[in-house]
Design a protein around this ligand. Sequence first.
Ligand code: ZN
Length: 442
Amino acid sequence: MTVDLDTKSMDMSCLGLEMYSLIGELYPICRSITGNGVRKTLQIIQKHIPLEIHEVPTDTSVFDWTVPKEWNIRDAYIKDETGKKIIDFQESNLHILNYSIPIHKKMPLAQLKEHLFSMPDQPDWIPYRTSYYKETWGFCLPDRILKSLPEGEYEVYIDSSLEPGSLTYGELLLPGETTDEVLLCCHSCHPSLCNDNLSGIALVTFLAKYLSQKPLRYSYRFIFIPGTIGSITWLSLNEHRVSSIKHGLTVSNVGDSGHLTYKKSRRGTAEIDRVVSHVLKNLPQEYTISDFSPYGYDERQFCSPGFNLPVGSLTRTPFGTYPEYHTSADNLDFVQASALVNSFETYLTVIDVLENNHTYLNTNPKCEPQLGKRGLYSTMGGKQTTPEDRMAMLWVLNLSDGGHTLLDIAERSNLNFSTIKNAAFALANSGLLKVCLSSVST
Ligand code: ZN
């Protein structure tokens, strides 16, 4: 089976606007690791793809962790002595320490300050803070406002609930020719933050939509889960499935203007590591490739030693390395449709390599076959051949001994995978190559 995934027939500026508009629709929702914000988010994604929504009850044991109580919030504010709201959850959901327990109380400034979080180095931004595993309450606010608060009595009100409920996640499996799977995972737990969280959700949604219309070799599993506890929960409930995962990527921070960054899987030399490295090296733009470290997104759980799955992380600017990260400045102005499109195209190129990375056998291995009499010297796939195409055909014929994949050949010849793939397609169509069956279901 030959798979051709490209964006030639797609209106990419339209796709960029669609991804951006999904981010805009999801932006106001107050999400957390549990609760109605996640459900509402997944329901909106269901308008694009047939996502299955799973609910895992509070107190379910998942390896060394327990599914937490469900958190929901309706309103929160701080009023000064005159009754004026100085902090209002309705203006930004980042104002609330995520997972704050309910409270309605008056208190002096000194006591209130123990529950206020700001960023002195970015006095106009609201920081994003959470307290999932310690029951407390708090507010986040610009340092400029914190510094301006006069002494006095303040009224604190948080209308939230932290009760037994469930953890919600979304999942979609697109079946392919084999049951071997490619896993694409994004986290769905951040509130109004665009690059960290929403850009990944938008890219994975539209990638799933695109791939659902294509015949595929691999099966594709898309999961939308809360960070850390979500992947731990998913792995705990799906341990019997993980041996099917042959390649995987965690998707986040894919909408900023920075360059692409790949963090390798724990294995370091897995096929996904080689594929993404090859794709990035052949892009006409800057990129960074870094080794695995046990910190970051959900690749931490997929790459824990008991699983050691081939799951890397393909982002633009990595988490924690841009000032807007986990602040109110990671907003709709921070992500760009053009960056989302560039990330989408790169993911699609990676998937195209995975889909087509077969091993072939030269059916005419004794000396070079005569390309001219088969019309391959001057034309290939209906197009005029270039010197590069001819070199690609010679490399493919020479290394197709059943022991080299097309990626092996691309790496060794220093040619782009797509050039090697097109040469292999043309040679196979002329009967000079056949696919090794072992490479179809690895
Ligand atoms: Zn984050």
